[in-house]
Design a protein around this ligand. Structure first.
Ligand code: 5GP
Ligand code: MG
Length: 184
């Protein structure tokens, strides 16, 4: 695995995001909502570094793919949703790749009538965006490689790595062997 961002670099980037967020909202109360599961590590570090009164929640989305649609409809699991009406809301996700997931999640959240809704992502992949939208807070711009660690997974593994790594072809082969042996 090739390290793209060390533990220290991640820490600096997250603290910088936290300062930008605190400056943006001044002393207003913030409702911060993390998208499961990829944002959990970022959420834990970010919320403790933001010096604002805040409410914290999570949401989970699922895509249902119809027979005729290429992209499935995105549904928010409302049982997990915090009340966001008349609140200043910040949606937090791990990575902005094509952009579809974040933008569609924000559209769904607008149905719940927040006062404002902004977005923060740890990572944005260069040259991949298919949507004309820029997240309000971005930790790092990274090259177009498949990354894991600091919350990001490959088949639900590697989320606990304290650094961010690019998975290389030999890592994928090793991962497959480990799964086959049941010791992953
Ligand atoms: P988008 O809708 O922006 O194309 O996709 C965003 C989602 O794809 C992210 O929430 C994440 O789950 C997944 N994703 C995109 N790129 C990567 C990557 O490099 N590594 C991992 N682990 N997930 C990724
Ligand atoms: Mg994800």
């Amino acid at each position: 695995m090739k390290t793209l961002l060390s533990k220290e670099e991640l820490r600096e980037g997250v603290l910088r995001m936290a300062d930008e967020i605190a400056a943006c909202y001044e002393d207003r109360q913030l409702t911060i909502v993390g998208v499961l599961t990829g944002s959990v590590v970022l959420m834990a570090d970010l919320i403790r570094a933001i010096d604002l009164p805040m409410r914290v929640g999570v949401l989970q989305t699922s895509s249902y793919r119809g027979a005729t649609t290429t992209r499935g409809e995105l549904v928010i699991n409302s049982e997990l949703m915090l009340d966001i009406s008349n609140r200043d809301v910040l949606l937090v996700d791990d990575i902005f790749d094509t952009g579809h997931t974040l933008v569609r999640t924000m559209e769904k959240m607008r149905d719940f009538a927040p006062t404002s809704i902004r977005s923060a992502v740890l990572l944005r992949k260069n040259g991949r965006q298919e949507i004309n939208y820029t997240p309000d807070f971005v930790g790092f711009d990274i090259p177009d490689e498949f990354v894991v660690g600091y919350g990001l997974d490959y088949e639900d593994m590697y989320r606990n790595l304290p650094f961010l790594a690019a998975l290389e072809p030999e890592d994928l082969a090793r991962h497959k062997e480990a799964i086959a042996g049941g010791t992953a």
